[in-house]
Write a protein that binds this ligand. Structure first.
Ligand code: BES
Ligand code: ZN
Length: 651
């Protein structure tokens, strides 16, 4: 069905492949060959491939043995049943293998595997290994003698951690909704494949849904509007022709409308939200242009944003061609759009050059946080970008204070742990600060040229921390010992804390905010403070600058003067509610409860429960609110709150 499109791509890529053949290590060639061209079968496998396959760094979060056999393409044919909360159908995997390899090992978690066949429907022997609570179960399939296809017939469980099935009561349209969240290792709860970021795969999908709903994916839409199917259902077809890490396979189904905001940019959302979303994200096309000027062509075709119902557990998720975003960024004044710059930047750092393992997560998020700030500077000016950088630095310093030293390094050890443990400000803001150190040391012109080349030369490949440091030495430092000492890469990658060569942050506007914070601390009534014209970021810095401990009088006067509990800006509301909870300010509890029961973004929800759970005063409130809210949260958020308050029914 999709053969023609893929063949065209092979032709268009072949000059790049032959160019790389001269310089790239063999595993790179295999990645290209396997991802973009017809994957080699046992007979077609070129010599040297076994060496290449085993050169992928080991990934402690996957059962796959890519040195023997690896998935190069996934074709999904799934039916979404909202009645039983189940995706059911097949995943047809194309597998490249080294000569003599008999088996392919896949990752699964919580999947019901019904049978496994070859492309003709003849059964293949398969075995499910023991279940690990984090990693799930390996699915080992004996490969067909002839042919490179493995068809897994399966269904998901209603509890599949990637998938949230929303009831009509949880959406603005009053219709059911489904979305998936694959990163870091949740794709295996709805797609049986090799779920490791170093194992890139192209994909295609046929998704059948109730006729009143629309399906969208992180891929090209081949059938806009869908094709009518039996039983009042519609089938949507998709294709992602670029090889991507499996955590970027993403699906959403709902009552969805689309509004273009530019030539290649638009927003998807439920009909009641889509106009607000289009207003908020009007600058998307400008951001894409700015990003391309900085680091080269956008290689994914369209860039759309899907605004999800409020239970989406993250701010944004960089699913290719279709960023998934929380509605809590719809502030009405476009003040939280750095999130879009961030997810867009992942189209280079993360989706093009991908962390090889979750220990290298900073290569995704640190680069992206740096790139995000550069886009914001291009589009909104340096003073604006400086405020964002300043807020990031302060957040980093606060978080570093509570992290064990081993987790303060950019490259961290995640053996035996959920990769979620690495999702800290270290990866984001320490990572970005390291890049700023290099930028300062060599100058922006040289650094930008270096980064652009880095993306070009490693496009569609995994990257390890070690490889990046070697590339930095080879291409930029070039044996200049004084320059190397000025950057000190090892201190950043492998040392704790914030190295002393971190450039100081300064934001003009924040000096004025600090003066007002001091006045407030010294007793000036909030209503008398000079806050006119403050943007979201100035308010956030104000909350960072006032004391942790505040009296009930101070809190009351703040709320009265600025109507904080009523704020429609999620970031300001969150900053205020944190202060209120930390000071056991009872009158804010209704607002806390409202916030915790109307959205499920983990970044907001987790710290509030944590702060409540920290005192005898707050714990019963946390437990009461969570009992009500838990069924509305995505598994990612619920799992994190279970860890604080105990799983339901448990201690
Ligand atoms: N890729 C991340 C989200 C993520 C990371 C999901 C790790 C699962 C595991 C995304 O790009 C991100 O960083 N989102 C941030 C917002 C961003 C503006 C810092 C978030 O969701 O808070
Ligand atoms: Zn990110």
């Amino acid at each position: 069905m999709l053969g023609r499109g893929r063949m065209e791509r092979i032709r268009s890529l072949s000059p790049a492949v032959s160019m790389l053949r001269r310089s790239a290590p063999s595993f790179v060639l295999l990645a290209l060959a396997a991802g973009c061209a017809a994957p080699p079968t046992i007979r077609e496998t070129p010599a040297g491939v076994s060496v290449g396959l085993s050169q992928l760094p080991p990934d402690v979060h996957s059962y796959a043995r890519p040195g023997e056999a690896r998935v190069t393409h996934v074709a999904l044919d799934l039916d979404a049943d909202f009645g039983v909360k189940e995706l059911a159908g097949t995943a047809t995997l194309t597998v490249a293998r080294v000569p003599g390899a008999r088996q392919v090992v896949l990752d699964t978690r919580d999947l019901m595997i019904e049978r496994v066949t070859d492309a003709d429907g003849d059964p293949l022997v398969f075995e499910m290994g023991a279940a690990d609570p984090i990693l799930g179960r390996p699915l080992t399939v004996t490969l067909p003698e002839d042919g490179d296809r493995v068809v897994v017939h399966y269904r998901t469980r209603p509890t599949a951690a990637a998938v949230q099935w929303l009831t009509p009561a949880q959406t603005s349209s009053g219709k059911p909704f489904l979305f998936t969240q694959g990163q870091a290792i949740l794709t295996r709860t709805w797609v049986p494949t090799q779920d490791s970021p170093g194992i890139r795969q192209t994909y295609e999908a046929e998704i059948t849904v109730p006729a009143t709903l629309t399906a969208v994916m992180s891929a090209e839409h081949l059938t806009p509007g869908g094709i009518p199917s039996d039983g009042d259902r519609t089938t949507f077809r998709f294709r992602m022709a670029n090889p991507i890490p499996p955590y970027l396979i993403a699906l959403a189904i709902g009552d969805l409308a689309f509004r273009p905001v530019g030539e290649r940019a638009g927003v998807w959302a439920e009909p009641g939200v889509v106009e607000r979303a289009a207003y908020e994200f009007a600058d998307m096309e400008t951001m894409i242009d700015a990003a391309e000027r900085l680091y080269g062509p956008y290689r994914w075709g369209r860039y759309d944003v899907l605004v999800l119902p409020p239970s989406f557990p993250f701010g944004g998720m960089e699913n290719p061609r279709l960023t998934f975003a929380t509605p809590t960024v719809l502030a009405g004044d476009r003040s939280l759009v750095s999130l879009i710059a961030h997810e867009l930047a992942h189209s280079w750092s993360g989706n093009l050059v991908t962390n090889a393992t979750w220990s290298d997560f900073w290569l995704n998020e640190g680069f992206t946080t740096y790139f995000e700030n550069r886009i914001m500077e291009e589009v909104y000016g340096a003073p604006y970008a400086q405020m964002l950088e300043h807020l990031g630095r302060q957040g980093l310093q606060e978080e570093l204070a509570g992290l064990p030293e081993a987790d303060q390094r950019l490259h961290i050890d995640l053996a035996g742990r959920d990769p979620d443990a690495g999702m800290t400000a270290v990866a984001y803001d320490k990572g970005a600060t390291f890049l700023r150190v290099i930028e300062r040391a060599v100058g922006r012109g040289r650094f930008d040229a270096f980064l652009r080349r880095y993306f070009d030369e490693h496009a569609f490949q995994p990257m390890t921390t070690e490889q990046f440091l070697a590339y930095l030495d080879r291409e930029l430092i070039r044996g200049d010992a004084a320059l190397r000492a000025r950057i000190d890469p090892e201190a950043w990658a492998y040392g704790p804390g914030l190295p002393a060569n971190a450039p100081p942050v300064h934001a003009e506007a924040f000096a004025r905010v600090e003066a007002q914070a001091e006045a407030f601390t010294a007793g000036t009534a909030p209503a008398a403070l000079a806050t006119q014209g403050w943007t979201t970021h100035e308010w956030l810095h104000f909350f960072q600058s006032i004391p942790d401990t505040l009296s009930a009088d101070q809190l009351r006067s703040l709320d009265q003067a600025f109507r904080l509990s009523q704020s429609g800006n999620s970031e300001i509301l969150f900053a205020w509610l944190m202060k209120a909870v930390q000071n056991q300010y009872e009158p804010a509890l209704p607002a806390v409860e409202r916030f915790l029961t109307t959205q499920g973004r983990r970044k907001f929800v987790r710290p509030l429960y944590q702060a409540l759970a920290a005192t005898d005063w707050g714990r019963p409130h946390a437990q009461r609110i969570y009992r009500q809210a838990r069924p509305t949260y995505h598994a990612v958020t619920a799992g994190s709150i279970d860890a604080i308050l105990g799983a339901p029914g448990g201690g």
